[in-house]
Design a protein around this ligand. Sequence first.
Ligand SMILES: [Zn+2]
Length: 201
Amino acid sequence: MSLTDEFIAEIKAEFPSFRVVSKEGDGFSKLIDVALRVITLGGQSEYLTRYYTVIFHTLYVPGGWEATDDVERVITLRHERIHLRQVKRYTPAGMAVLYLVPFFPLGLAYGRARIEWEAYTETIRATAEMRGLDAARSPWLRKHIVEQFVSGAYGWMWPFRGQVNRWYDRALAQIEAEISGSGGGHSTMGGVTSTKKGDSR
Ligand SMILES: [Zn+2]
């Protein structure tokens, strides 16, 4: 059994209706893709090919999921599990308000930014736990995650690079403390969320 299958079983124990659906050939996903291209004026054009999306208890995955590295898939699933817990915490309607309404105006979507921040913190944590602290500290991972906030990928949700970098510093320090044994558990904050492929590297 792969680590991915084991982790999916763990998620299903917490969310029995959890399922993974490929975006390839999924009509609903194609509809969202068109809407996102229009809303972001083309800024988000990789929804079908590069993004993982949680809608209620379903995780929609881009093509190539089965062939993706086992550890990378688990790191992605850990990010997405945060979104499932957020849906539970805020209710689907609450999540939709927090996540989708602030698409307007583009560029200042604090609710979405905080929701994604919590999930990306888990991406950093999972990377540290599964690939080591050096991987979590890598400039590549930082750049990749910061770009998700300041670029058109999520509609320029929080275009303040300095602030996102400070969030990153804080999260990394906290995770380093957790891993060196001083930290306890972590808080978690589902609805509609997307995560770019390769987050976990
Ligand atoms: Zn996310």
